[in-house]
Design a binder for this molecule. Structure first.
Ligand SMILES: *Cc1c(COP(=O)(O)O)cnc(C)c1O
Length: 379
């Protein structure tokens, strides 16, 4: 039996589907089931129109044109499409890409694949706060640099990158920049022109939408970005992502964008007040220390190092608390977080760190109870 009474503070891993989003999606599993590409009948054309309306909503949310949005199966797929697609399309111009040590594994793994295929990857360090050095970046740009990859906000620490500053330097060198903005929506503004990026991705399940749906922005003017698709087939999505459209997912993503735009200030201010409460409890008297920049941080995320503890063992004793540790256990042996390591933490410190990520449903009572549980164990 799943423990449904657990206090869930792992919203950066995934979010529940907002009830309003779910209601919007439901008809598209049953009555409105037709294929969005079926142009020969009204049922299909109706769905096609709903998809285009959703594309308008997502484009408005990101501040771009509808022709610049491609629906995908989430951010991992968008990241593969963007990076591999640009690499293949621009390889005659250059084969150098730049990214940072704290990027999501999806980005770092794709870059590793490209390196095996003969591309050259510069992976830049960050400082102890998790922030990049723009001067180091400027000095790393070359004539053959075709793409820079920088996340908007880090999923483990919540640290917000200076994407605007980096994109300006990138464009002085006539190069392209892709931004993994998966952690942004609902927690900070995400506007492709304010950020000055050429490609950008978001994922529905990180913003109270369904899993397995996302959007990739690809700039069509100044500059016009071209991609070689990685998924071939029926030519859906302008030939950039073949495959029958995930209609309920796309409807859900659009509704999630609408909600993120309208409830933004209310939610973020409330959540950041709760985070302050949590940190007051857990970081006084040297109990714990916040990992990463305090100033440039998402309002919902708190990554705390509790010196001398083992986070995974702490959490075994707290089955009623759903948070995440500073380790990635994608393999049998847990590995220390590459993000915390990049910020100068040693293995022991990385394994002693816990990520709390708050969401819309988080209450003051839950925060108080979570802090109590942890303080009890640390005694
Ligand atoms: C969750 C996440 C991803 C992966 O997104 P999926 O839609 O789950 O594939 C990529 N980057 C960041 C920053 C994330 O938080």
């Amino acid at each position: 039996m799943p423990d449904t009474t657990a206090i869930y503070l792992d919203y950066n891993a995934t979010t529940p589907v907002d009830p309003v989003v779910l209601q919007a999606m439901l008809p598209y599993f049953s009555d409105l089931f037709a294929n969005a590409s079926s142009r020969s009948h009204v049922m299909g054309r109706t769905i096609g129109e709903k998809i285009e309306a959703s594309r308008r909503t997502v484009a408005d949310f990101l501040g771009c044109e509808t022709s610049e949005i491609v629906f995908t199966g989430g951010s991992t797929e968008s990241i593969n499409t963007a990076i591999k697609g640009v690499a293949a399309a621009y390889k005659s111009r250059g084969q150098h890409l730049i990214t940072w040590d704290t990027e999501h594994k999806a980005v770092l793994d794709v870059c590793e694949k490209l390196a095996e295929a003969g591309f050259e990857i510069t992976q830049l360090p960050v400082d102890r706060e998790g922030l990049p050095d723009p001067v180091l970046y400027r000095n790393s740009l070359r004539k053959d640099t075709i793409l820079t990859i920088m996340m908007l906000a880090n999923n483990e620490t919540g640290v917000i990158n200076p994407v605007r500053e980096i994109s300006e330097i990138c464009h002085e060198h006539n190069s392209l920049i892709f931004c993994d903005a998966t952690q942004g929506p609902g927690k900070m503004q995400v506007n492709v022109n304010d950020l000055g990026v050429d490609l950008l991705c978001i994922s529905a399940h990180k913003m109270y939408g369904p899993k397995g749906t996302g959007a990739l922005f690809i700039r069509r003017k100044n500059p016009r970005v071209t991609l070689i698709p990685i998924i071939d087939g029926g030519g859906h999505e302008n030939g950039l992502r073949s495959g029958t459209l995930n209609v309920p997912g796309i409807i859900g993503l659009a509704k999630a964008c609408e909600i993120a735009a309208s409830g933004y200030w209310e939610n973020t201010s409330g959540i950041s007040a709760l985070r302050t409460l949590l940190e007051q409890q857990l970081t006084t008297n040297g109990i714990g220390y916040v990992n990463g920049s305090i100033k440039n941080r998402l309002p919902n995320t708190s990554n705390i190092l509790f010196p001398g503890i083992k986070a995974d063992q702490l959490l075994i004793k707290l089955p009623g608390l759903a948070v995440s540790t500073g380790s990635a256990c994608s393999s049998a042996l847990p590995e220390p977080s590459h993000v915390l390591k990049a910020m100068g933490r040693n293995n022991e410190e990385a394994f002693a760190s816990v990520r709390f990520s708050l969401g819309k449903e988080t209450t003051r009572e839950q925060i108080a109870a979570a802090a109590d549980m942890i303080l009890q164990q640390l005694k």
